[in-house]
Design a protein around this ligand. Sequence first.
Ligand SMILES: [Zn+2]
Length: 325
Amino acid sequence: MDSYIKQWHDLILNCNFDNTYKMAWSKALVELSLNINEDTEKETIAFDFGEIAKLCLKYYWNQTIYFDLIQSPSFKKPPEVMTFTKELIKEFFQKKGKVQPVRFERIDFHSLKLEEQYKETVKKIANTLRQDVCWRFKNPNGIAYEIYDLNSNRRIVHFNKQDALKLKEHSDFLFTFINYRWTQMLEGFNYSPRISRKVRAIDEDNIKRSSLKKFHTHLDLMFEDGQRKCFYCNEVIDDTDLSVDHVIPWSYMFSDDLWNLVYCHKEENSQKSNRLPSEEDIIRLENRNILLLDRMEPKSCDYDQLQIAVEKDYVKKFWTSFKGG
Ligand SMILES: [Zn+2]
């Protein structure tokens, strides 16, 4: 391995698991290196803390708005960058008046009249990076790694052109390695399932919510008279008002499983978002699953999966971890 990249490798590998700042910091530097033109005449490459902070905000925004991932082991005192990010997300939802998540890259803060709040958030994140992250990252356990220079007031990071171009050249490896370590940290802080898939899906901009229509055949087995009823209010649902809902939220499960799906009124579905299901809902879902299993044709993949879910008590287990996480 190239000796400069080897230093990055060692720094990323040996990061302590206090929080994920160093992952965001290093990933942002690698991402900025992609913009460098190889033919540049400059001997040093400079990255501004504002630009770095914007990328960190992007990572935290996307991980939070879709999956609400926790970024440190301390539940009572979350990292301040997360507090800043969540405040901005909250203001975004208030402006939008709805709760559908949107990727950071697609948001126009100016037209939402949130530009001031956005700039303020970037400034605060840059400040945290300046105080806590930029120098710590390259000085683990008192050993200095000369991978970049910080100017005296820590507003700019300087690289030799050759070094910066190495970051660009090895960016695929570095992104993969940083995500791998970041995922390991998140697995220590979060109870939620499928964390590596979540991290990857965010990175690849591949968070698809597929149609749940294919589950209708199974769910209809619960309504022998053809009148579909809402799981939550037990009223009959008109076809135009029908939706399939994840009882334990999709954002937590990141998966469509028959054992977790019910019919409900569209209105209730869009209102509830990440609401915690009540114990009563959970008990009714468990009973529904036993009954549904009884009515399904055995020897299908869906049947087998539902059977495993019932036997292993997935409803209660995932609900308990969702509550705790
Ligand atoms: Zn209803």
